[in-house]
Design a protein around this ligand. Structure first.
Ligand code: BG6
Length: 487
């Protein structure tokens, strides 16, 4: 059956976007504003929006949620208005095949089912779909984490491919929709000064850092079983590593781009294969960030201290290829930290020979790409004013432009266009679990102590500064309370 044959008028709608988990935070805070932004920028799209969930809502209530979210995104234009006015809500238990079939019958055009629900419910929903007559071209979009280890991710992949072809499964990683991550590709491949030095011949180490000032924000139900390692390193930062480390793809289409990313991840493993030696974990204790007070993580509502969940994780990996052998890639992310620091940092090697006679700064060059606001900075040693033999540190900086599109708008654009380039391919999702498993095992066995840091600090005091290599000064300035308060 093709569900598009059941509704009227078929011709006017290209895609029905059906959000499962319509009453959730992800829907109102991220998906709806992103859709509004996309439809404002691209009003030619003919989209129908359906909200579905367990709540006993009517259309009016759902439209109120949509209206508020669209207003927050400063959405504008006839298309936005049309989608807002015609969106409907259907009470649906997505773990029930009959309910699901009824929902699909309401859709028009190509159907995209966006599972904005916890992973366990999404899995049950996909099982319920096995008994449903599915329309051609059905898209299934699933949020992270995808499975809970390599074996469960594989099982889920196998099950999904009994429903639809892999190209129609969108494993969402909103980091792939972040413009900075994609800016890496332009910077590297469109500038001859970068690609030839993008290897272990010239790069000393790479750091991908995502420090947040946010605490748990009421997400214990999910976060207390995930922790910083699964929430960020397994789910997002390994994808960033893959984009930085990939060999140049012939094109940026879905096949070439995802092949190149997958090849990089297949070659990635914990540094020296020693997870106990090359990973750290910690969790925050009570402290203040600007005006905000955070309690001990273990005293946050819903937290079970026996889970020993880390709120800060750091792991060093190697990408075992001729391009990258010997270059440590350190990935770090944490919550409740004193400053928001989100960046990719590539530290170059020392020059092979500096003619005697120079003095001043001789630190290696550093390329820093900040993720939001999107900015790049290339730190160099330049002859300063006055004495021409004295080198000063200078940074060539550039903004990556105003009006950045929301990461989720990029994600939704891919879904509406049927282009999976930015979504995570099944094999890659399994690889990301394979890569972090030794770390999770080492942590569970107690081989790596769970350290503590006061909320608002830069992390445990005795952790070495990241990616410093031979350079003395820390890569990231100590927490600036003013910046923290603003972030
Ligand atoms: C989400 C994580 O996927 O990404 C959150 O679950 C994290 O814990 C967030 O805060 C970070 O991304 P962004 O784009 O919101 O800064």
């Amino acid at each position: 059956m093709n569900a598009s044959q059941t509704s009227d008028p078929v011709e006017s709608i290209d895609t029905t976007l059906c959000i499962l988990g319509a009453s959730g935070d992800l829907t109102s805070r991220l998906l709806l504003p992103a859709l509004a932004q996309l439809l404002t920028e691209e009003p030619h799209r003919k989209v129908r929006l359906i909200g579905a969930g367990m709540d006993d809502w009517d259309d009016e209530r759902w439209r109120g949620i949509v209206e508020k979210a669209f207003a927050s995104a400063k959405a504008d234009g006839e298309t936005v208005k049309d989608v807002r006015e015609h969106t409907t809500y259907r009470r649906t238990d997505i773990t029930d095949s009959e309910d699901f079939a009824g929902l699909l019958k309401e859709c028009e055009g190509r159907i995209a089912l966006y599972f904005a629900v916890p992973p366990a419910i999404a899995e049950k929903g996909c099982r319920a779909l096995e008994k449903v007559d599915l329309p051609d071209g059905l898209i299934l979009a699933l949020e992270k984490p995808f499975g809970s280890d390599e074996a469960t991710a594989r099982r889920l992949n196998e099950q999904l491919t009994t429903l639809v072809p892999e190209e129609q499964v969108y494993r969402i990683d909103h980091f792939m929709g972040r413009s900075t991550v994609l800016n890496v590709l332009g910077l590297r491949f469109a500038n001859r000064v970068f690609e030839p030095v993008w290897s272990n011949d010239h790069i000393e180490n790479v750091t991908v850092r995502y420090d947040e000032t946010l605490g748990l924000e009421g997400r214990a139900g999910y976060y207390d079983t995930a922790g910083a390692m699964i929430d960020m390193i397994q789910s997002h930062l390994l994808q960033v590593l893959a984009v930085v480390a990939m060999d140049p793809p012939a094109t940026l289409d879905a096949v070439d781009f995802r092949d190149a990313k997958a090849a990089a991840l297949r070659a990635t493993k914990v540094w020296e294969g020693d997870a106990a030696a090359h990973s750290r974990r910690a969790r925050y204790t009570a402290g203040s960030i600007g005006e905000r007070q955070l309690p001990d993580y273990v005293d946050e509502p819903g937290v079970d201290p026996s889970h020993e969940t880390e709120t800060l994780a750091e792991v060093t990996f190697e990408v075992d290829t001729s391009r990258w052998a010997g270059v440590p890639f350190t990935l770090r992310s944490g919550k409740g930290l004193g400053a928001k620091v989100s960046e990719i940092v590539m530290r170059f090697k020392d020059v092979s020979h500096l003619p005697t006679g120079f003095e001043g700064s001789t630190a290696p060059s550093v390329l820093r790409l900040s993720l939001g606001p999107d900015r790049m900075s290339l730190e160099l040693n330049l002859n300063g004013p006055g004495d021409p033999f004295h080198l000063d540190r200078a940074a060539l900086e550039s903004e990556f432009g105003e009006g950045e599109r929301r990461a989720y708008s990029e994600v939704l654009e891919g879904i509406l266009d049927g282009d999976p380039t930015l979504s995570v391919r099944g094999d890659t999702a399994e690889q990301c679990w394979r890569i972090v498993q030794p770390v999770l095992d080492a942590w569970r066995s107690g081989a790596v102590p769970l350290e503590e840091y006061p909320a608002g600090s830069a992390g445990p005091e005795d952790w070495p500064a990241l990616g410093t290599g031979s350079f003395e000064a820390p890569l990231v300035p100590a927490a600036d309370p003013e910046a923290a308060a603003q972030s």
